[in-house]
Design a protein around this ligand. Sequence first.
Ligand code: TXA
Ligand code: MG
Length: 316
Amino acid sequence: MAEIGVDIDKARKLLDQGQLVAIPTETVYGLAGNALNPDTVSQIFAVKKRPFFDPLIVHVSDLNQLEELVEHIPESARQLAEKFWPGPLTLVLPKRSKVPDLVTGGLNTVAVRLPGHPMTRKLLQTLSFPLAAPSANPFGYISPTTVQHVQDQLGDEIPYILDGGDCQVGIESTIVAFEQNQPIIYRQGGIPREQISSLIGAVKVIEQKETPRAPGMLRSHYAPGKPLYLGNIPELLQRFKDQPIGLLTLHKHYSEVPDDFQIQLSASGNLNEAAKNLFAALRKLDGMSINFILAEPVPTNGLGPAINDRLRRAAT
Ligand code: TXA
Ligand code: MG
């Protein structure tokens, strides 16, 4: 088992030695290591059982550190960084050669973000290098939003988990790339599209059916072990009539299903609260003695599209 604690100096020492530490961010917990050390980066891939072609996000302490990693920052990227950093936004920019190819899966771009969690910000400020950190879960599984989630799945593989409490956003960062200088959303996440377009104008979102721009955009992701069906709940209940099922809804309660087998993401229908609870709810359903998880899409304002994206990728 990993040691769990709030000792930033201990985390720094381990990272300085090239070891891995799980770190809290406002979105999900990350599995962090020195982004500029290829041996450390390859350990990250090994612990996650992640294929080498799926690139990692690099976490920086400030804009100066960003400038050391990338060749060029488009004006709209700079505006986004100034407005939303620290926060759940990742920018994909042309990389400098000091960023190891292993980090970027051989791409000539690097994904960078300045996370908002105060503990991890402090840690980054004490380090002399940026941190590569994918979500701290085995490849393809649900991202961790609590210390316990990390301990359960990666505890045997890492020495230390920095305990920053439960993640407040609960879904991963929004990833914005620039193709011919046009901003484009590669992954919907903690910053809603409306907020991005209100700052820099209309922004396209890559649809799932398009060719993945990066392998991490694979269709099946965030997947619980149990088959999840996404659709109209009354119809799904009809279809799975005689089966043990669990329900996931935004706030609706279904009297035909026992209370212990249904989870409402937010009693008041608040999408921020729903995002915060989403991954823990999926894990809880995964652990129930049921055969199927039935879920319905949430409304499409605010964080709704990002939640629905996670549900679609979790679905069978
Ligand atoms: O909120 C987050 O972003 C969390 C926390 C820990 O910061 N991190 C996270 O990392 O979600 P990960 O590895 O689970 O997802 C990173 C995504 C992948 O889908 C990957 O394909 C994409 O970022 N990505 C990384 N570098 C890229 C690049 N150069 N071009 C396009 N996509 C990239
Ligand atoms: Mg992930």
